[in-house]
Design a protein around this ligand. Structure first.
Ligand code: FE
Ligand code: FE
Length: 188
């Protein structure tokens, strides 16, 4: 579809993010299933509900703009989800949850960039109700990102601790040396 002006660009990008959200609703249950952390599973479950409400908000935006979501494919989200799936297959616990958080944050950052742009364009076009709806979703995506950042800190500490315990099990006779080596390697 050719895009000639800011209004058409807004509609174009809304169709893209609509498809991205649809892809995310299919993927979030898989992310939850792949996680070992009850807290991370809970975050994914809650974000699935939030995402469904975001899709409804987009439906309202299309109505305000007198158009429909259409059938666009968001290739960016497709790629991010594909990478996340590869990670699930390749990474073992205890690093798997840290990897899942990183994959989820990449998705959130894509959404934050997209919603930030469409919100601003809607404002510039005087589509105040559309801008308000998009702002609401933008804030939810930022909140999700912050929750993931906070969880990443505890998950990473756990993963590192398990790494150290494994090192000790591997070399019981060199316990002290392995510990010192490990710390030096991490630059502490
Ligand atoms: Fe979303
Ligand atoms: Fe999201």
């Amino acid at each position: 579809m050719p895009v000639h002006n800011l209004r058409e660009l807004l509609i174009h990008e809304l169709k893209d993010i609509y498809n991205a959200e649809k892809q995310i609703t299919k993927n979030l249950p898989k992310m939850a299933k792949a996680s070992d952390s009850a807290e991370l599973q809970q975050i994914f479950k809650e974000h699935l509900e939030v995402t469904q409400a975001q899709i409804e908000r987009l439906d309202q935006c299309f109505e305000h703009l007198g158009t429909s979501p259409g059938r666009m494919k968001c290739h960016g989200m497709e790629g991010l989800i594909e990478e996340g799936q590869e990670l699930i297959e390749q990474v073992d616990p205890p690093a798997a949850d840290a990897g899942l958080v990183a994959a989820a944050q990449k998705v959130e950052h894509y959404e934050i960039a997209a919603y930030g742009s469409v919100r601003t364009w809607a404002e510039q076009l005087g589509e105040d109700e559309v801008a308000r709806l998009l702002e609401e979703t933008l804030e939810e995506e930022k909140e999700m990102d912050q929750r993931l950042t906070q969880l990443a800190e505890t998950l990473n500490a756990e993963a590192e601790q398990e790494d150290e315990e494994e090192e000790e099990e591997d070399q019981p006779q060199q316990k002290g040396a392995a510990k010192r080596g490990g710390k030096a390697a991490r630059g502490r």
